[in-house]
Design a protein around this ligand. Sequence first.
Ligand SMILES: NC(=O)C1=CN([C@@H]2O[C@H](COP(=O)(O)OP(=O)(O)OC[C@H]3O[C@@H](n4cnc5c(N)ncnc54)[C@H](OP(=O)(O)O)[C@@H]3O)[C@@H](O)[C@H]2O)C=CC1
Ligand SMILES: N[C@@H](CC(=O)OP(=O)(O)O)C(=O)O
Length: 363
Amino acid sequence: MNSPKRVLKAGILGATGTVGQRFILLLSAHPHFTIHSVGASSRSAGKSYCQATKWRMTSPIAADVKDMIIKECKPELFEDCDVIFSGLDSDVAGDIEMAFLKSDLVVFSNAKNYRRDSIVPLIVPTVNPSHFNIISHQRSSHSLNKGFLVTNANCSTTGLVVALKPLQDSFGPIESVIVHTMQAVSGAGYPGVASLDIFDNIVPYISGEEEKMEYETLKILGDLNQEATGFQLLPSTSVSASCNRVPVIDGHTECVSIKFKNRPPPSPEQIIQAFDSYISEAQQMGCYSAPEKAIIVQSEQDRPQPRFDRDNGNGYSVTVGRVRKCNVLDIKFILLVHNTVLGAAGSGILNAEIAVVKGLIKV
Ligand SMILES: NC(=O)C1=CN([C@@H]2O[C@H](COP(=O)(O)OP(=O)(O)OC[C@H]3O[C@@H](n4cnc5c(N)ncnc54)[C@H](OP(=O)(O)O)[C@@H]3O)[C@@H](O)[C@H]2O)C=CC1
Ligand SMILES: N[C@@H](CC(=O)OP(=O)(O)O)C(=O)O
């Protein structure tokens, strides 16, 4: 395992929310980071963490976090943190995260605000850590010494790109992707979707989600330019997403159909082999949170299922199943991603581990 020379002090913004709580849970058990400061809105600031938070995780709050006093999300209150993890609501993430960046802090964001920024990398840790190479350009553009801003992807996009990456690597460009999602209610934060809207029901609309999947996939699977100063979106791939909210607590399921550019297309057996043998850079680097397998192939006919498979690889693996021929495109399969682990907080943490190994965070 690749460990830093000292334990790094972590600040968590939006610490009381769904993603923030997942950060608390994952970081409480992390050997390389210690939770040093927690921040939320002025409604919560000044209260103890357990007083301000409607804790919704199934394991208890770590004893040393319970009584921490929540701070306002101001950079001067977090300047002694080595790394900032943000689970801020996107209504406020834009201004707050930029203020932290301008204060030369290292920020890992979950929000959508900077994902399309031309000098901010959008990194899914088991897919495209090479996009960290833009950081030196970002630092010089913002006149920073040690700070930088990295975003992780939309939760549904995260699962999709993990599955597409080994297929693109093994079989060449993917021409078309059609994806239908069944997304858990925790994706909408807390209290999220009203129970009367989601019990005995499916909601066939999640605001902005389809556009995010259709764009972010092209940035993540695309390349950095040669000078490492900008991104080239995948030039010849089109993605069509249809996103649905379903009555599941955690875990987004996606039905994916794809068409390759090269003919003849690979067989289902070749696709399974590509999934099964995929080893991401995060695993090769020996990062603490990297799963043993980035993609787990389920051979049972009726899997993956969120209740049984979302915690695979401690929530850092994507589980795929039902790989079969598609009569319209080439291949279709089902995937499952844990939306608040790899789809949110876990990606931020694993990205930070990668940044440490790459020497981007002072240790
Ligand atoms: N849930 C998921 O699966 C995923 C979420 N994301 C993204 O992560 C972010 C957080 O989502 P989620 O945890 O679901 O949202 P929640 O609504 O559960 O939590 C939002 C957090 O933001 C804080 N906040 C709100 N207003 C302010 C403010 N004015 N100043 C400072 N802090 C504020 C809240 O603090 P307080 O309690 O004091 O109000 C709370 O801690 C969002 O940008 C979301 O889009 C990304 C991927 C997946
Ligand atoms: N929209 C996602 C969660 C989310 O907040 O996504 P994003 O970070 O892209 O806004 C869901 O509802 O499941």
